[in-house]
Design a binder for this molecule. Structure first.
Ligand code: R5P
Length: 312
């Protein structure tokens, strides 16, 4: 069993797990991950993991608390069954937006989630497009932080005419700038204000957007408020068109309604989170898969090769 990859999945995104397994040319390892009558998580690993290099796919998406517990209990099972290494492959790190005290007497929930992950037995985390890179520092174990840039690059390289990258808020400037560099285009920044959770308004646009095909770049689309308001403001400022590229399609209600009714031409997302049927039916939403990227990262981690070379 020594030096073998064993790849499990929790229940958060089985379709993505199956795709990654295909790229790895491995069967998805067998496990029972279900619930007892009272809602407690029940895990039973049905494949031997003794001495193995184990990877568990589990984005921490809705219901986040349940998916965190599933991942933690699966790691505990692996540890007690003598796995050699246990890596959490979590392309969407939930709670990432709660990474600092935003008001007095509030928690730093992202740090608590990092603690739970470590205590449960994981000894490495592989993740994608963290809300902020500093979250890596919440862990005392290695964190391999991937960027979706190579996937976007392949998708957009055909059509860069009048393209302008737009960050929907000050926090996302680095992300927009990185993509602007790839396509050698300019950037604009939306000056966004958030008075309450899930409610935002546009104050100003920094940069020249007139006659540009604007591409809003963000890590998360949750209720769609930030995105659709930014799109409206850009059109009012004379943009030729507005589309968006969002890594994590959280898409809580009423995001789909807002996107459908908005001036956005297209919203490109990844499959880091399993899409709801409603999202799949939305004609404006297009999905790019991260399966190959994750499979390559898993292979490289397993072979102790560079992971950063995947996205530089
Ligand atoms: C915030 O900083 C994030 O990057 C997203 O812009 C935000 O979470 C989106 O939330 P919503 O879609 O609810 O406006």
């Amino acid at each position: 069993m020594d030096n073998e990859i064993i790849f499990f999945s929790g229940n958060a995104n089985k379709p993505l797990a199956k795709k990654i397994a295909r790229y790895l040319d491995l069967p998805l390892a067998k496990s029972i991950v279900t619930q007892f009558a009272d809602g407690e998580t029940r895990v039973e690993l049905q494949d031997n993991v003794r001495g193995a290099d184990v990877y568990i796919l589990q984005p921490l998406s809705r219901p986040a608390n349940h998916h965190i517990m599933e991942a933690a209990i699966m790691a505990d099972a692996c540890r007690r069954a003598s796995a050699k290494h246990i890596t959490l492959v979590t392309p969407y790190f939930g709670y990432a937006r709660q990474e600092r005290k935003s008001a007095p007497r509030t928690p730093i929930s992202a740090k608590l989630v990092a603690d739970i992950i470590q205590v449960s037995g994981f000894d490495r985390v592989l993740t994608l497009e963290l809300h902020t890179s500093a979250i890596q520092g919440f862990f005392n174990i290695p964190v391999d932080h991937l960027f979706a840039k190579p996937i976007y690059r392949d998708y957009f390289s055909q059509n860069t005419e009048d393209l302008l990258m737009v960050s929907p808020d000050a926090g996302g400037v680095e992300r927009a700038r990185a993509l602007a560099k790839v396509f050698e285009v300019g950037i604009a920044i939306i000056d966004k204000r958030r008075d309450r959770p899930n409610e935002s308004s546009v104050l100003n646009i920094i940069g020249e957007v007139k006659d540009k095909n604007c591409l809003l770049v963000d890590d998360i689309c949750d209720t769609g408020g930030s995105l659709t308001k930014a799109a409206e403001a850009l059109m009012e400022a004379g943009a030729k068109s507005v589309s968006a590229v969002i890594c994590h399609a959280v898409l809580s209600d009423p995001a789909i309604k807002r996107i459908t009714e908005s001036c956005l031409v297209k919203v490109i997302v990844t499959d880091s989170i399993q899409l709801t049927d409603e999202a799949k039916k939305c004609s404006k939403i297009e999905v790019l898969s991260i399966a190959e990227l994750l499979s390559k990262a898993i292979r490289r981690i397993h072979n102790s090769e560079s992971v950063s070379s995947l996205f530089i």
